[in-house]
Design a binder for this molecule. Structure first.
Ligand code: HEC
Ligand code: HEC
Length: 359
């Protein structure tokens, strides 16, 4: 990694970041003032950086603690659409063609990904959360940064030489990519240059992250079944790029003989059809405004075109337990991805009627 910190040109902590960083930052004509939109700084000399002072690298290596900061991940994992700008009335509109974005603040741009901001507003950013070892490998029960969860530690060597360390961070970056790895596996089936075992191993790690992302508590309240979802990830659930990510509850009711008598939120993988009528779908849906429709020649309204969307249609996600996001007058699981979210509880309840014969 030859990424440099984004602390600001003059604020690179002396004695913490390598002194070489200061010279690189001082030479920049334009300094990226925001942690977003891949506005990172690369060392023009390509000098590699790593976090350990006792490294045994056989190449030049500058010691940079920035690699352990969530901010490093934030340089790419907060994304606004730079072709749009927020108007004073809260709507987003396209910028004029061939003009630079008037504001580089990602909060002034249509939101495409807000993972870093979601994390920053959670208890993870202020000291960490004891999740009892659910994430982090050898790191211990308290996890805080993106690296803690997405680079769990294990006992390993960094290279074929050098010591075995118990705190070696894995570089899997497992997230939510189960379906995309299935697509890649199907597309590359029979290709001798592709190791299907490696794809399967990545899929297993992503699946494990998804399985650990939340827990569901069920209780009966009269004729209602109440499902309470607790989000254990370090941000909203789902997070990341807005297209194609959704979470829903699939409830199945059985009678005493094990026969299925009712179902809510059924998904048919052959038709790719989700029965949305009987469940709540947690997702972000976007749309084209009338202005965007005129500019693009596409119909106004709900759209799956992430780059052209300028309107938030519907946004719903599970919040983190202990999130410091402000409570809003909206119902618990409704939230807006604009600057004024949100519910404060970290959990959402979905109530549903219980078929009489179910056990
Ligand atoms: C230079 C830009 C960049 C930086 C820095 C970066 N990422 Fe990413 N990351 C991406 C892109 C692009 C994707 C793919 C798009 C997506 O899934 O959101 C991605 C995907 C991911 C995924 C999802 C993988 C999956 O299979 O679903 C995880 C998890 C992740 N990054 C974690 C991190 C963490 C943790 C850090 C900091 C240590 C980090 N990233 C730093 C650009 C970056
Ligand atoms: C407490 C553990 C934890 C922390 C801290 C955490 N994550 Fe995650 N992350 C998860 C889990 C679990 C998932 C899988 C569920 C999901 O998709 O939200 C996930 C999913 C993701 C994804 C996949 C969604 C996608 O677009 O592919 C990305 C990207 C990601 N995290 C980035 C980050 C970044 C960046 C940070 C720090 C700002 C971070 N995470 C902090 C646990 C964590």
């Amino acid at each position: 990694m030859s990424l440099l910190p984004q602390h600001g040109r003059s604020a690179v902590p002396a004695g913490v970041s390598p002194p070489e960083d200061l010279a690189v930052l001082a030479a920049l004509a334009v300094f990226p003032n925001y942690t977003a939109n891949a506005m990172f700084v690369l060392d023009p000399q390509g000098r590699r950086r790593g976090p350990r002072s006792d490294h045994q690298a056989s190449h030049e290596l500058l010691v940079s603690p920035f690699l352990r900061e969530a901010k490093l991940c934030g340089t790419c994992h907060d994304v606004g659409n730079v072709a749009t700008t927020k108007l004073p009335d809260g709507r987003y509109r396209y910028n004029l063609v061939n003009t630079e974005a008037p504001d580089h603040d990602p909060w002034m741009q249509f939101p495409l990904e807000r993972t870093y901001t979601e994390w920053k507003l959670s208890a993870f950013a202020s000291g960490g959360v004891d999740l009892g070892g659910r994430f982090g490998g050898n790191r211990g029960p308290v996890v805080s940064t993106c690296q803690d969860c997405h680079m769990p530690t294990t006992s390993a060597q960094a290279c074929y030489y050098g010591p075995t360390r118990n705190d070696m961070a894995t570089h899997d970056f497992a997230g939510a990519a189960v379906p995309s790895l299935d697509l890649i596996a199907a597309y590359t089936a029979g290709d001798l240059d592709i190791d299907q075992g490696t794809i399967a191993a990545g899929r297993a790690k992503a699946l494990s992250m998804l399985q650990r992302a939340a827990t569901i508590e069920l209780h009966r309240d009269g004729d209602d079944l109440v499902a309470r979802v607790l989000n254990h990830s370090g941000h909203k659930l789902p997070t990341g790029h807005i297209e194609g990510r959704r979470v829903w509850l699939n409830l199945k009711f059985f009678d005493g003989t094990g026969t299925l008598i009712d179902e809510r939120g059924h998904y048919d993988p052959v038709e790719a059809h989700l029965d949305e009528a009987g469940t709540t779908v947690y997702e972000m849906q976007v749309a084209l405004s009338e202005d965007a429709a005129i500019a693009t020649g596409l119909p106004a309204g709900l759209s799956t075109h992430m780059a052209l969307a300028d309107t938030l249609w519907r946004t719903l996600a599970f919040h983190r337990v202990g999130s410091t996001m402000r409570a809003s007058p909206m119902p618990v699981h409704r939230w807006s991805a604009s600057a004024t979210p949100m519910a404060s509880t970290g959990m959402s309840s979905v109530s549903c009627c219980l078929p009489a014969a179910s056990v």
